[in-house]
Design a protein around this ligand. Structure first.
Ligand code: COI
Length: 363
């Protein structure tokens, strides 16, 4: 059955800021989409997702005892609605975000909405917020689907009640205008995730664990940190908000999805694009020694991060315990440039979409 979503329009529409002021996630649109799930409710109909609705953006009532506030039962997603030169709006691989939320929900003992509700809420929300989907180059409407445990209960066990909601924000570049490349600090003290933990889930706790290291790195002039594995502190995991790729010794390599890193939608897309260009990437453990050796030999050609928020972010240098490693010639490399163009051409509808990744939305 197709979910039906009620829409209550705001009576006080906001002024949309100028695109040059967007930054990342600073402004929220006029509405939000919500749906509830209750396992503890006695009736069969209530034991499914209910009351899907779009309402004016604002605070959500939450019991102070809610599971999310005490035991961190939370998952979020990030995807963008792109307005192409043809005026059409497209979502990029939203079913991949759903899949990651569903897998995260399984790990965190939560209940995720079904795919049709997830997609229906995203598309209805984009329709309602159409005027917020920017047409300026490089800008997009960032969607943040979020799932939280809402049951008020202090014993440590999974929540029976959940709220799923979607908010949206018009965004420009994640790192600010003019940031073509970023400097990354190899984090040798703190770790993000350990084997058997929740590193593969897009849950707030992983980001809370990253803040101290990120803050220190920022104060030292870096954009983000590069995480090493928790066991050996030797193998590359991911960069703050991105997966990471290396081009060294003539090969493109990225760490495998082994449960401690986030299965990025952009990572997956880049792997498929590379395949199609006969540049197939190796997915295997990469040690810090290997990178340092390649840098010494002059064969560390490119490093780039991939993520929804940051798209493809070329890295110009890595800092390891105060030592600086320059990547390539310190400028945007040809592979990063080519991938950025190929990916964004598909996202903005400028090029053919051979994989059927985009979901056009009538707005
Ligand atoms: C994204 O790329 O969508 C992310 O989730 C990064 C975000 C935490 C800013």
């Amino acid at each position: 059955m197709k979910p039906s979503i009620t829409v209550e329009k705001t009576k006080s529409a906001k002024t949309i800021p100028a695109a040059k002021d967007f930054g990342f996630g600073r402004f929220f649109s006029d509405h939000m989409a919500l749906a509830d799930f209750s396992k503890s409710d006695a009736t069969e109909t209530a034991r499914s997702w209910n009351s899907a609705r779009i309402v004016p953006y604002g605070p959500i009532p939450l019991d102070p005892g809610a599971a999310v506030l005490h035991y961190g039962q939370e998952l979020f997603e990030g995807l963008k609605a792109y307005r192409g030169d043809d005026g059409k709006v497209r979502l990029f691989r939203p079913e991949m975000n759903w899949k990651r939320m569903r897998n995260g929900a399984e790990r965190l003992c939560m209940i995720a909405p079904e795919l049709d509700l997830f997609l229906e809420m995203l598309t209805a929300f984009c329709k309602t917020e159409s005027r917020w989907i920017p047409k300026e180059p490089g800008c997009a409407f960032y969607l943040r689907p979020t799932l939280i445990g809402t049951e008020p209960f202090l014993g440590v066990r999974p929540s029976n009640d959940f709220l799923f909601y979607v908010i949206g924000s018009p965004v420009g570049s994640y790192y600010g205008e003019g940031a073509d490349t970023v400097k990354i600090k190899v984090e040798t003290e703190f770790v993000r995730a350990a084997p058997g933990g929740i590193g593969a889930a897009k849950t707030g706790g992983n980001y809370a664990a990253s803040l101290k290291a990120a803050l220190e790195a920022k104060s030292e002039g870096y954009a983000q940190v590069l995480w090493l594995d928790a066991t050996h502190r030797r193998y590359i995991e991911e960069v703050g908000t991105m997966n990471v790729f290396f081009k060294m010794n003539g090969k493109i390599i990225t760490p495998p999805l082994d449960g401690t890193i986030l299965p990025g939608v952009t990572r997956d897309s880049i792997l498929q694009i590379l395949d199609s260009e006969n540049l197939t990437a190796e997915q295997r453990p990469i040690s810090l020694d290997e990178i340092q050796d390649a840098a010494k030999k002059g064969t560390l050609e490119e490093v780039f991060g991939t993520g929804t928020a940051a798209s493809i972010s070329p890295v110009d240098s890595l800092g390891i315990k105060g030592e600086k490693i320059v990547v390539g010639n310190g400028r945007v490399g040809p592979v990063s440039a080519k991938l950025l163009k190929r990916l964004t051409d598909i996202q903005y509808g400028r090029a053919e979409d051979p994989w059927g990744w985009t979901l056009p939305i009538e707005t």
